[in-house]
Every structure is written in structure tokens, then in C-alpha cells.
Design a protein around this ligand. Structure first.
Ligand code: SF4
Ligand code: SF4
Ligand code: F3S
Length: 268
């Protein structure tokens, strides 16, 4: 309550906007408390009222006025082919806006699998050369925290912000740059269907007897055993459910290159 709200620039490259959709659904803390009491979301071209030159001027102002004291949040990634022409923001390639906004940032948060790994637009053959944030050539050297998932869980997103503001440091990261507190366990480790896996009780195809009994989804392609995320503990929609609880296998959406790893219905 006594600290000034830290400025945040939230940029959007090639993406689908569902990371933002997830973020605004956070229940603990409520996203209104994050935006009105914890951070100063000075630029987010998806939800801000300003547009055009007025909006772009805000980036200049924050970069100059808050040198080393603002957070750069990135949703999506820049395409590098054709000099970045596949994603133009304010008349310039997104990659230029990204590098400029990163120049004086305290740190960068890569929201979701697009910014963290590349995601669908970087899947083979990646015609635009979509590139995750940490691999962008010439990006100013800043600490990067990856919060992967397609999208990430809303409460994981707001918890990462809350941690940084409360303790004035990053949460502990793993070797890939993800917060250990949310990405150190596999979905499989805490899945409530795990007893069925251990007992050899599997869904063989959707809508069979095993599916109706809630058996393990491994044989219909579940990637829970190789996916690091908090879905089976934190869950979604305020802790209500997650894909496996809805009867669908995990497709490994928080893993690097999940689009190219045969995550989609390859065993049906
Ligand atoms: Fe959308 Fe997934 Fe990219 Fe987030 S990570 S912007 S949900 S495609
Ligand atoms: Fe593991 Fe998936 Fe089976 Fe759950 S449904 S026990 S995550 S293989
Ligand atoms: Fe994604 Fe698997 Fe969670 S598909 S939402 S990591 S259960």
C-alpha cells in the first residue's frame, strides 16, 4: 500500500490475445486489484483507451521517465522474416518496438507459449520466422522470466506479478527461465486420474466405457507425463477445473514446440 505502482508496458506481437483473456479472469488476486492497486498498466494496445500516436507516445514517455524501473510484459512474438513486415505496430515492425521498449526495462516477462517458445506461428515451417523473445537477435540484455502455457493460468500470471512486487525480485527460476513454484512438477505428478494410470485403467477411445468412468487419458494422447505446469494443482477458472477434468487429454501447451511434437490427436 505504501509503494508506488510499478509501470508496466504490455506489448502484443504475433498472438491470439488469449493470454490477456486469461489474465483478466484472475480471481486470486482479482485482476482489478492488480491493475488499480499494484501496477500501473501504462500501455496495453489491446485494452487501453488511447490509440494511434497518443498510445505510442506513452511508450516513449515510460522508456525515458522510468529508466530501469518499469516491467516489459510481452504477449506474442516478433516475426523476423522480410525485415519484420508480418507484424506492424504503429507503422513499424513489432521487433523494433520490442527492442526499444526493452532498452530501459527492469525486466521482461514473456507471457505464454508464444513469447516463451514460439507456439503455433513458429510451428514448422514457420514461414514468418516467428521467434520467441529470448532468441531475438539484438534484444537488450535484460532478465527474462518465462510464464508459458497457451494461455498461462490466470492466477499464475497474477501471482508472478504479485511476487515480483512484494519481494522486489524474481521468483526462483528453473534452467529454462520458468518460476519453479509453478513449473517444477508435471501435470501427471498431481493428476487426480493418476490412480487409474497406476492401475492400468485407460480410456482407449473417446466416449468408451473407460471415458465414462474417468479413467486415465494416456492412451488417447495425454501429455501430462511430460508437461510441466500447475494445471492439476492450481487448476483453471478460480480452481474449478482443468482440461483433464473436462475429459480431454493434456496437449502439453506449456512445453516448447508442442505444436510440432504431435500433441494433437495423434493416437486416435
Ligand atoms: Fe494465444 Fe497461446 Fe499465444 Fe497466449 S500463448 S497469445 S493463448 S496462442
Ligand atoms: Fe497422467 Fe494424463 Fe493419465 Fe492424468 S490423465 S494420470 S496426466 S497420463
Ligand atoms: Fe495446457 Fe495441459 Fe494444462 S494442455 S492447460 S498444460 S493440462
Amino acid at each position: 500500500e505504501t509503494k508506488p505502482r510499478i509501470p508496466v508496458l504490455w506489448l502484443h506481437g504475433l498472438e491470439c490475445t488469449c493470454c490477456s483473456e486469461s489474465f483478466i479472469r484472475s480471481a486470486h488476486p482479482l485482476v482489478k486489484d492488480v491493475i488499480l492497486s499494484m501496477i500501473s498498466l501504462d500501455y496495453d494496445d489491446t485494452i487501453m483507451a488511447a490509440a494511434g500516436d497518443q498510445a505510442e507516445a506513452i511508450i516513449d514517455e515510460v522508456v525515458e521517465k522510468y529508466k530501469g524501473n518499469y516491467i516489459l510484459a510481452v504477449e506474442g512474438n516478433p516475426p523476423l522474416n522480410e525485415d519484420g513486415m508480418f507484424c506492424i505496430i504503429g507503422g513499424k515492425p513489432f521487433v523494433e518496438q520490442l527492442k526499444y521498449a526493452a532498452s530501459n526495462a527492469k525486466a521482461i516477462i514473456s507471457w505464454g507459449s508464444c513469447a516463451s517458445w514460439g507456439c503455433v506461428q513458429a510451428a514448422r515451417p514457420n514461414p514468418t520466422r516467428a521467434t520467441p523473445v529470448h532468441k531475438v537477435p539484438g534484444l537488450p540484455d535484460k532478465p527474462i522470466i518465462k510464464v508459458p502455457g497457451c494461455p498461462p493460468i490466470s492466477e499464475v500470471m497474477t501471482a508472478v506479478i504479485t511476487y515480483i512486487l512484494t519481494f522486489e525480485k524474481f521468483p526462483e527460476l528453473d534452467r529454462q527461465g520458468r518460476p519453479k513454484m509453478f513449473y517444477s512438477q508435471r501435470i501427471h505428478d498431481k493428476c487426480y486420474r493418476r490412480p487409474h494410470f497406476d492401475a492400468g485403467q485407460f480410456v482407449e477411445k473417446f466416449d468408451d466405457e473407460g471415458a465414462r468412468k474417468g479413467y486415465c487419458l494416456y492412451k488417447v494422447g495425454c501429455k501430462g507425463p511430460t508437461t510441466y505446469n500447475a494445471c492439476s494443482t492450481v487448476r483453471w477458472n478460480g480452481g474449478l477445473s482443468f482440461p483433464i477434468q473436462a475429459g480431454h487429454p493434456c496437449i502439453g501447451c506449456s512445453e516448447d514446440g508442442f505444436w510440432d511434437k504431435g500433441s494433437f490427436y495423434d493416437r486416435l
